[in-house]
Write a protein that binds this ligand. Structure first.
Ligand code: PMP
Length: 438
């Protein structure tokens, strides 16, 4: 037990966290620095050591840390005495957000969703989406996929695959039937056809579902990418069985895969979309459920909550939309950055080799997957020692997960790739032949 500090003495180091904070804390165990300030893709700890951030709050900081135009809008709003908390009362800030979201996000994509502001976590948006689907269809079970991650409140956790997270519930998790995600049974097994057969066969034991819930890119589950044909097949299966298609775009949305919504390139139109994380512009908490208007079945206050749509988050989100989504500038920037990143990752030691890593993902959500499940964690630790923050994902933490800010510069990508190459070489000795030909 560390000694309690004097109230008038500012403390340093990590003793306060270990003395006072619950054992549930997790990211800070792999990256134990005490961070003080940040800008763009850079983090600085209290000793002024610099880190490059490829964790970005697990997909929150798509525009980097403290994007100046968003900070300016929030600062101005506070200085002008703008209302900060208002439950779901009408506010000027909320109206500006709704109008901007309609004008720059929904309308250009031909989408006419109604918007529900849930509690500010992704999990709460998922809870709301599941309630809507069950209410609309009058059915209780939902199809979710292997390695899906949807949050840790009980409804969302029932749809989450990860066994460690599920165990923590301490109660039976109900209402979900699990099906294999695209590629789960190998590249030659069509898991959409398997799902179609299970739902068509009255002997399969699978009840008609209220919804099919999926991530287009499973992020926590290991950067598993659903193909466009698979997504179209699943959308068709949902339609054929009168089930709602719910896309969880909480981590992969807001530009992460290259387009605002991750499902755009597949040409599907989900009945419900959940957004969170990066929608708050600069890390301010906010979550949305977008639903086809005919599914807006709520009676007033049925999915209530004190913090549903925070006005500072509205201001930040509006500034983000107006700064980055008025035109296709950010999408083009992500395409260029992603191409550069991919080129650099392909050149890293061990790529594609038998003991090396396979590259996964799309846009600015990338995974490096090793067959030896210990390596990703060791590379993450070695990268951190060199000033690069990059986490792991996958059911065995066997995949290194790269989430650069969408606004990262080419030279920062080069720096990150160099550090990653050194970290990989620390852990997986590079064969001499590879060095000679490099
Ligand atoms: N869905 C997805 C795809 C996520 O990545 C996450 C968070 N990692 C959630 C849901 C849950 O969001 P939150 O942690 O804010 O509850």
């Amino acid at each position: 037990m560390s000694r309690r500090p004097r109230a008038d003495m500012p403390t340093r180091g990590t003793a306060s966290f270990t003395r006072l904070e619950s054992e549930v804390r997790v990211y800070c165990r792999g990256f134990p620095a005490v961070f003080a300030r940040a800008h763009g893709a850079e983090l600085f700890d209290e000793e002024e050591r610099r880190y490059l951030d490829l964790l970005v709050g697990a997909g929150v900081l798509n525009y980097g840390h403290n994007p100046p135009e968003i900070v300016a809008a929030v600062s101005r709003y506070l200085a002008d005495g703008g209302i900060v908390h208002a439950l779901d009362l009408h506010t000027v800030a909320k109206r500006r957000f709704l109008d901007a979201f309609e004008c720059h996000i929904l309308a250009p994509r031909g989408l006419d969703y109604k918007i529900q502001f849930t509690g500010p976590t992704g999990a709460n948006a998922i809870e709301a989406a599941l309630k809507i689907a069950r209410r609309v269809t009058g059915r209780s079970s939902v199809i979710a996929f292997t390695n899906g991650y949807h949050g840790v409140s009980l409804g969302a956790l029932a749809a989450t695959g990860n066994s460690a997270k599920r165990r923590a519930a301490g109660i039976a998790l109900a209402g979900v039937d699990r099906m294999p995600f695209d590629g789960y049974l190998g590249s030659d097994v069509d898991t959409a056809a398997y799902l179609a057969r299970m739902l068509a066969d009255p002997g399969s034991g699978i009840d008609p579902p209220a919804a099919i819930l999926l991530e287009v890119v499973q992020a926590e589950g290991g950067i598993n990418l659903a193909s466009d044909p698979w997504l179209r097949a699943i959308a068709e299966i949902a339609r054929a069985h009168d089930a709602l298609l719910i896309v969880d775009d909480i981590q992969a949305g807001c530009g992460r895969t290259g387009s605002f919504f991750s499902f755009e390139r597949a040409g599907i139109r989900p009945d419900i979309v959940c957004l969170s994380k990066a929608i708050g512009g600069m890390g301010l908490p906010m979550s949305l459920v977008l639903m086809a208007p005919e599914h807006d079945c709520w009676r007033p206050g049925e999915h209530n909550g004190t913090f549903r749509g925070h006005n500072l988050a509205f201001v930040a989100a509006t500034a983000a939309i107006e700064s980055y989504w008025r035109d296709d500038g950010l999408e083009r920037r992500v395409a260029a950055g992603a191409a550069h990143l991919e080129k650099r990752l392909r050149a890293l030691p061990g790529h594609g080799g038998p003991d090396g890593f396979a590259l996964r993902g799309r846009g600015m959500i990338r995974g490096l997957a090793w067959r030896d499940t210990r390596i990703a964690g060791q590379v993450s630790a070695a990268a951190y020692a060199r000033g690069l923050i990059v986490e792991t994902c996958g059911p065995r933490d066997e995949v290194l997960k790269l989430l650069p800010p969408l606004t990262i510069t080419a030279s920062e990508i080069d720096e990150a790739a160099d550090l990653l190459g050194e970290a990989i070489a620390d852990i997986v000795p590079v064969p001499a032949t590879a060095l000679e030909t490099a």
